[in-house]
Design a protein around this ligand. Structure first.
Ligand SMILES: Nc1ncnc2c1ncn2[C@@H]1O[C@H](COP(=O)(O)OP(=O)(O)O)[C@@H](O)[C@H]1O
Ligand SMILES: [Mg+2]
Length: 199
């Protein structure tokens, strides 16, 4: 049976690493959505201010539907807009989450501007990817995993638990940085637009 597992999450939450491990375990095919959009010219343009490409989601969705129809197999589709995978071909969607302080450290290894890092850390605090996922998919198809302290193996194990449908541990609603982080840190990041220091 063809099957699509989508993995979204703020950049730096571990989508690429997990995707690579998961396809080996499931004998599946990995699709990096941003690479696919570029290769197949499924783009509307570039958002220069936000330093990011804008995917043509309608074309992207049609491309995925045709691909799965033509080559029915198991796919792991990763990308920060993986919530765009059409509902009718989606088995389930996992949103990877990461503590904003750890995320800042992970993103500081990239050659990104401070403002791009800040925008993504703010998005993680607000749970943007989860919100987008819930706008497009039924709640029982959306799951969240906290990758902050987990190894890639543990995250892949969790995704296999989700696939088996034997646990409610990863249903939406368990992860909230707003309620677990020090309010002063939240205030600095959200209101003063300051990234947390490395301490
Ligand atoms: N579970 C994890 N524990 C520790 N570091 C991780 C974990 N997942 C990812 N990383 C690190 O975070 C960085 C971002 O991972 P990556 O897979 O590129 O994320 P994404 O594709 O979501 O942007 C990499 O340096 C990776 O080694
Ligand atoms: Mg990636």
């Amino acid at each position: 049976m063809p099957s699509v597992i989508a993995i979204s999450g703020t950049p730096g939450t571990g989508k690429t690493g997990i995707g690579q491990l998961l396809v080996k375990r499931l004998n599946a095919t990995l699709i990096e959505l941003s690479h696919l959009a570029k290769e197949q010219q499924l783009l509307l343009g570039e958002d220069l201010k936000r330093e990011t490409l804008i995917a043509d989601t309608e074309k992207l969705q049609q491309y995925l539907i045709n691909l799965i129809r033509e080559f029915p197999k198991t796919y792991v589709i990763v990308g920060h807009f993986a919530d765009e995978v059409p509902e009718k071909i989606l088995e389930f969607l996992v949103v990877l989450r990461c503590n904003p302080i750890t995320l800042t450290q992970r993103l500081s290894n990239r050659q990104w501007s401070q403002s791009k890092i800040l925008e993504n850390v703010q998005a993680e605090i607000l749970g943007e990817c989860t919100m987008q996922a819930l706008l497009r998919h039924k709640r029982d198809k959306v799951f969240e995993i906290d990758t902050t302290e987990a190894t890639l193996k543990e995250v892949a194990d969790a995704i296999e638990v989700i696939q088996a449908g034997t646990s409610h541990e990863y249903t939406v609603g368990h992860i909230s940085w707003l309620s677990t982080l020090d309010p002063r840190i939240i205030h600095e990041i959200m209101e003063e637009n300051t990234l947390p220091s490395k301490s």
